[in-house]
Design a protein around this ligand. Structure first.
Ligand SMILES: [Fe+2]
Ligand SMILES: [Fe+2]
Length: 256
């Protein structure tokens, strides 16, 4: 079969990890997609951060960009400089942090893996956040995995989405959205899908099968920490998840 564009691939956990500027040496980042243009306050970037057991991050800091972070595994504790605890965080702790919100330092007892999505808002070069609701920005919260799920228009009822932040305006072709997608066991996308926004997908748990005309024809078997970035117009699907799965999706129009 011809190789499809926009295929998922497992994130390489060995190669491509580097200590970002200003981070303690033990912390490593793996870029998945994009770049930030700090001088012109533009751009976006998706990366994974790996924190070994026993790490204490550099001190409190802030950013000029919006910072979304989702803890995928492990533990982190936000502490004060005197070592006292601000917040204990674990898997599925999430933050959408507005520009210039102070945070850290953090310690991790057993290590952690964090998905980070950083961006500037093209509508607000001064760092305001035009397409986020006030309720979406703040400090880390433990995501409520029981509520806030909706089946997106045109999808089967076994597929549901929980929006974490942002808005994707498919009529005006603007904006960005970060969400979780959940497939109940047996749920499927029974057709080839194309859309005009960029879509990054990272599998958090479970297995997703990319199939051909029938379920017996498996094009790709996609598991945890498999990732794809699909350019606009790239065909994908059909998909089925025999045992169910959870994905994180970051969707945006070019320039967002
Ligand atoms: Fe930060
Ligand atoms: Fe898609």
């Amino acid at each position: 079969m011809a190789r499809l564009t926009g295929d998922f691939a497992p994130v390489d956990m060995e190669k491509g990890w580097e200590t970002p500027p200003g981070y303690v040496a033990a912390m490593k980042r793996k870029m998945l997609q994009g770049a930030l243009d700090d001088a012109n306050r533009r751009g976006r970037r998706t990366s994974l951060i790996r924190i070994p057991p026993g790490t204490r991050s550099a001190g409190a800091h802030d950013h000029e960009n919006v910072e979304e972070a989702l803890i995928l595994e492990g533990d982190m504790t936000w502490i004060r400089d005197d070592g006292s605890t601000v917040q204990r965080l674990g898997p599925m702790s999430y933050v959408c942090r507005p520009p210039r919100r102070m945070h850290g330092p953090f310690v991790s007892r057993n290590g952690a893996m964090v998905l980070e999505v950083w961006y500037y808002d093209p509508d607000s070069p001064k760092g305001l956040v035009s397409n986020l609701k006030d309720a979406e920005v703040g400090d880390f919260v433990d995501l409520d995995m029981a509520t806030g799920w909706e089946t997106p228009p045109g999808y089967e009822p076994g597929i549901s989405r929980k929006v974490l932040a942002g808005t994707l305006d498919e009529k005006k072709k603007r904006g960005r959205r970060t969400s979780l997608m959940r497939y109940a066991p047996g749920a499927r996308v029974p057709r080839v899908v194309r859309h005009d926004f960029v879509e990054e997908v990272l599998v958090l748990k479970g297995e997703l099968l990319w199939t051909g005309a029938t379920d017996a024809e498996v094009v790709q078997r996609i598991g945890p920490l498999w990732y794809v970035c699909r350019r606009p117009g790239v065909a994908h699907g059909p998909f089925v998840s025999p045992g169910g799965c959870t994905l994180v999706e970051v969707c945006y129009y070019p320039g967002w």
